[in-house]
Design a protein around this ligand. Structure first.
Ligand SMILES: Nc1ncnc2c1ncn2[C@@H]1O[C@H](COP(=O)(O)OP(=O)(O)OP(=O)(O)O)[C@@H](O)[C@H]1O
Length: 251
């Protein structure tokens, strides 16, 4: 394998007596989708937050693109190329779809955002935003108020906002949530191609999507990774079946 773009080493995080991240190490290699699965409360979101910079680990190291980023702010990490979609929407609901995408593109330029109107007239920003909207199939919704989008469309808009930043790596926390069968099929197809642009660390409960997409799967239980492997290896792993998959997934 080539050098990992993202390397997590011995990460630990406790909330009082609760160990939410228990000595977690994992890598994300160029071109791959590495899915992180596990039961509710296993610590998946807590791990993503530490990688994105919103939560400080108690111990351990996060290396990105050859650099130790453990002490960097969320903004510095995003500028360095860590793209993220959120479990809870970060969109401005009263703004249009295009305005949200332009704000995303603006974040990449690092420009100080003083006046919204001139920003919306900036041809480069608009073009970057529209390209991202086209890629997720939302270009025809550009003028719509974000609050008027369906839940699934909002999730796609979040992916478009992340795309405007041209990240080197994507961190995605449950992008399929609430999409419905056709929406998740469509997003699955999109993520399948996206991995060639930037590898994806994917937290997802939708097992159809995980098993269709993931090059590798890590299983988190009580904050600990109990197994990492291909879809086939994970399906057949006795401890994983007992702790998480049960009889839902045929081996
Ligand atoms: N800020 C916090 N303070 C205290 N406990 C927390 C905090 N954030 C998370 N936890 C706890 O840490 C554990 C891991 O939570 P986390 O949200 O990371 O799990 P998860 O695997 O993402 O769950 P889900 O699949 O339901 O989203 C849970 O027991 C949760 O209650």
């Amino acid at each position: 394998m080539t050098d990992a773009l993202l390397q997590i080493k011995g990460l630990n995080k406790a909330f009082g007596a609760l160990v939410a991240t228990d000595d977690v190490s994992l890598t994300l290699e160029p071109g791959e989708i590495h899915a992180l699965i596990g039961p509710n409360g296993a610590g998946k979101s807590t791990l993503i937050k530490q990688i994105a910079g919103g939560l400080k680990p108690d111990a351990g190291e996060i290396r990105f693109n050859g650099q130790d980023i453990t002490a960097l702010s969320t903004v510095a990490r995003a500028r360095a190329g860590l793209g993220r979609t959120f479990q809870i929407s970060s969109l401005a609901m009263e703004y249009t779809v295009l305005q949200n995408a332009v704000l995303g593109a603006l974040g990449h330029r690092g420009t100080v955002w003083r006046f919204f109107a001139p920003v919306m007239k900036n041809a480069d920003l608009r073009a970057a935003a529209l390209t991202a909207l086209e890629r997720v199939g939302l270009a025809d919704q550009a003028g719509k108020r974000t609050a008027d989008l369906s839940h699934g469309q909002r999730r796609l808009l979040e992916v478009a906002v992340a795309l405007t930043l041209h990240p080197k790596v994507f961190l995605m926390d449950e992008p399929m949530a609430g999409l419905g069968a056709s929406g998740s099929k469509r997003l699955t197809g999109f993520l399948d191609g996206l991995r060639r642009e930037a590898p994806i660390l994917l937290v997802e409960h939708d097992m159809d999507a995980v098993f269709a997409l993931a090059d590798r799967i890590s299983v988190l239980v009580y904050g600990k990774i109990i197994a990492t492997g291909t879809a086939q290896e994970i399906r057949a792993h006795p401890e994983v079946r007992e702790a998480y998959l049960g009889d839902e997934v045929p081996a």
